[in-house]
Design a protein around this ligand. Sequence first.
Ligand SMILES: *Cc1c(COP(=O)(O)O)cnc(C)c1O
Length: 382
Amino acid sequence: MTTHNRAEAIIDLGAIKANIKSLMAKSGKPALAVVKADAYGHGLVPVARAAIDGGATWLGVALLEEALTLRANGVKAPIIAWLTPISDDFVAAIANEIDIAIPSREHLQAVIAASHDAKRVARIHLEMDSGMSRGGALLDWNELLADAADAQAAGKISVVGIWSHFARADEPGHPFNFEQRQRFLMGVEAAREKGITTEVIHLSNSAATINDPDSHFDVVRLGIAMYGLSPDVTTMGDSRKLSLKPAMTLRARIHLVKEIPAGSQVGYGGTAITKVDTKLAVIAMGYADGVPRNATSNVGVLIGNKMSPIIGRVSMDQFVVDLGKESQARAGDWAYLIGSEKGDSYTSDTCYTADSWAAACGTINYEIVTRIGPRVARLYIG
Ligand SMILES: *Cc1c(COP(=O)(O)O)cnc(C)c1O
């Protein structure tokens, strides 16, 4: 692969397909592939196509714009968008057959009005707050159901689904998961009593798909796990433990290699000082590209077979690593921030991973991959 890119995220679409297949085989249920936030930084359209190819039946996004981009690129699968402020263009959503999540009576009224303007029946999924206190209807659930039942009877909307979202699915066996499922089932029961029928009800994210078969219902919503990452390495183990293959390899060019004497301060603020004579490499990627500024020397890059830690603060477009005196690394070589040249050895003892970056920055792997910026080229393999 010869390119003139400074920094690249190499996305293994084969890994995404394999992860979906294995998660579907375990759950035995259809999958909704979650491709919000540029497919967790992996690239919206190529990942959506690969997910369908890998067996997913549905796609899920946060924003209407993301759903419209998929349609504009010829993606035909059912898509649900679940973060659509009432100022959104619901007429465009309906015209493009995008399913809309409905968290309130106000949203429902806006979508009914748009249905009228679009001269087409909107497809909606009623969103229930089963305990996260974020999206979804809570105290007004029964009123929302009554409005939806009336609108459906009048042929203004079609209630395709009822759904909710877990707050603590990454804590296997936690009683709150059981409680959320019970509340969800009561909410669905209330809908049935009002005569609302649906194609699907759905509750599980990746963690619940792995941990909680009783919550799979009609379709599982696969996010982080389909990208080959663990929902929570501390409670559930890493990718390898979960038999998932991380889809992203991240690399940047070495801009400069130089020898430096012991006692030299490195980077803004002089926060690090070389202890011995050594060689440093300047890596051509920085916090504007998603390399966290608060990353510590617990992470760095793999060059050849050697892991070289960050030294000093990450800058906007670059950071410095300590190569060690004997390094043969040269300007122009690739430095691997996530994964390795081999593309298959994702254990944190042989290379840096999204998990090691997350641990070194006090965050989660989700934030590491979704923040990789638009200046980083995406290359697709598999
Ligand atoms: C992001 C999201 C998911 C996927 O969550 P993961 O933890 O990445 O599996 C599922 N459902 C909803 C509503 C989401 O917003």
